[in-house]
Design a protein around this ligand. Sequence first.
Ligand code: ATP
Length: 330
Amino acid sequence: MTDQPAIEAIGLVKRYGEQRALDGVDLDVPRGAVCAMLGPNGAGKTTAVRILTTLTEPDEGSATVAGHDILRDPVSVRRSLGLAAQDATVDGLLTGRENLEMIGELHHLGRRPAKARAAELLDQFSLVDAASKLAKEYSGGMRRRLDLAATLVARPEVLFLDEPTTGLDPRARNELWAVLDTLVGQGTTVLLTTQYLEEAERLADDIVVVDHGHVIARGDARELKRQIGGDHLHVVVADPADLEAVTRIMAEVADGRPSVDAAERSVTAPTDGGVAAISALASALVDANVEVDDLGLRQPTLDDVFLTLTGSSPEYDDEVPGALAMEDAR
Ligand code: ATP
């Protein structure tokens, strides 16, 4: 029983009319692991979470959470999980403390244990000072921490976090990550969805990359990077008018398709050539009279993974910090 994964899904399909929100997704998350489902808007992440948390049923496929079948035993599934969905679940007209105590009582913890659990979570989530404030007066980051605390009142075995840090500023995001680190250290299994490459790398043991309802890659960050072949040549030009010429040069010198980031004035392409490739690139740039601001070899990012796997960059929301506006060079 303990060897059974915390989350196992086989061939999940969900259709909305003609559209396949999920098109045969498999998942296997060992107990105590953190799995990040990484993908752009509309990839199917929320649909997967809704199915696994029994909020909706799949059209095809099967899944278990904490050993319970989502279709045959949804009540046990719900008992074993916590869900922090994209919409806040706490009541804005109650204080932070009242919210947590009420949830404890709804879970039949009993009055005193519910109070004790609320106090413990307020402390763990650095909300003690704000405990007596109405939740509607909380900042975005505090509210998200309260939401997360609310999902943990009943000590779920498996935690689902749907885009836990979308819309948070970097400081609030770092605070939430620190809290998640603590949780994971305590052995909670987590499935989180994210559009942040950095978040997936930072928090997850395993990353499942989804696009248009399909899993297009999986592995840890290092494995994913290996799939697209080691190093990348990277050039930042001084004059954007040179981007086209540099893309042509890169296509000859590098070992894979170059991608252009117009906003960054950069061209990037995979290479196996190491220093020799840099040297070839440098002389070609000199011959072509291209002035560069930066030139070098760099480790691939998960953006590069996406580009290699799908032929285009992930489509981010505008508000996602750090999102790269990369364009396909072809
Ligand atoms: P986001 O980051 O925007 O939440 P996502 O990866 O979570 O994206 P889903 O919300 O799972 O994606 O949506 C996958 C696809 O299914 C989208 O094209 C979406 O429009 C569609 N979809 C999701 N829920 C419904 C619904 N209830 N009715 C019709 N279409 C839906």
